[in-house]
Design a protein around this ligand. Structure first.
Ligand code: DX5
Ligand code: ZN
Length: 220
């Protein structure tokens, strides 16, 4: 894997939904790299959050890339709308579509970077034949659906195996981790091979957002 610096992508799932623009301003000032937007439909996951209009509205308030994580069934129905709304990175769950290969190709054809996410129980083999079609693999380190859950340590060997596979095949693909990332877990995830770190509670739940982003970076 090419040596790229680590990136911090705070999840607005833990922000104040009534003050999203100012919360996103806070993380931008704090030096965060991306904004992670968790889209949930109440079907793929047992929770409903936000969608296309919020992505469109946020786009006007930040220069940071919008890192949109779709936890919805049949994402292929909506990828065009999300890219048009301003998603720079668009990640779909491997389990959520019958036609993963085509869905990823469409995302790239629309001009966005494509990501594919794996639930904790989904093996790497589910994506080994689409790795050429993605810019990022998201290894879920909790079951998707809610913020504030505990990091699953059994995902560390999965990250490591995936990092080795990407290196072996010399692909320009980075590994993102999402779920339970904080000062105590970010280091081991980084050592296993993750480069992009989503953090909700650890950033927006902290008393000082700037300090929280700095602490995460310092703990890698
Ligand atoms: C979970 C979401 C995560 C979540 C992470 O389904 O995909 O992005 O917001 O939250 P924390 O960092 O609190 O585990
Ligand atoms: Zn997420």
């Amino acid at each position: 894997m090419p040596d790229r610096p680590i990136l911090i992508s705070p999840s607005i799932l833990s922000a104040d939904m009534a003050h999203l623009a100012s919360d996103v301003g806070l993380i931008e000032k704090a030096g965060a790299d991306w904004v992670h937007v968790d889209v949930m439909d109440g079907r793929f996951v047992p929770n409903i959050t936000i969608g296309i209009p919020v992505v469109k509205a946020l786009k006007k308030h930040t220069r940071m890339p919008l890192d949109v994580h779709l936890m919805i069934v049949e994402p292929e129905q909506y990828v065009e709308d999300f890219v048009k709304a301003g998603a720079d990175w668009l990640t779909v769950q491997a389990e959520s579509t019958y036609h993963l290969y085509r869905t990823l190709q469409v995302i790239r054809d629309l001009g966005a970077k494509a990501g594919v996410a794996l639930n904790p129980a989904t093996p790497i083999s589910a994506i080994e034949h689409v790795l050429e079609e993605v810019d990022m693999v998201l290894v879920m380190t909790v079951e998707p659906g809610f913020g504030g859950q505990k990091f699953i340590p059994a995902m560390l060997p999965k990250i490591k195996t995936l990092a080795e596979l990407i290196k072996q095949r010399q692909l320009p693909v980075d590994i993102q981790v999402d779920g339970g990332i904080n000062k105590s877990t970010i280091g081991e995830a980084a050592r296993a091979g993750a480069k992009i770190f989503v953090a909700g509670t650890a950033v927006f739940g902290a008393p000082d957002v700037k300090q929280a982003v700095e602490d995460l970076r310092a703990s890698v």
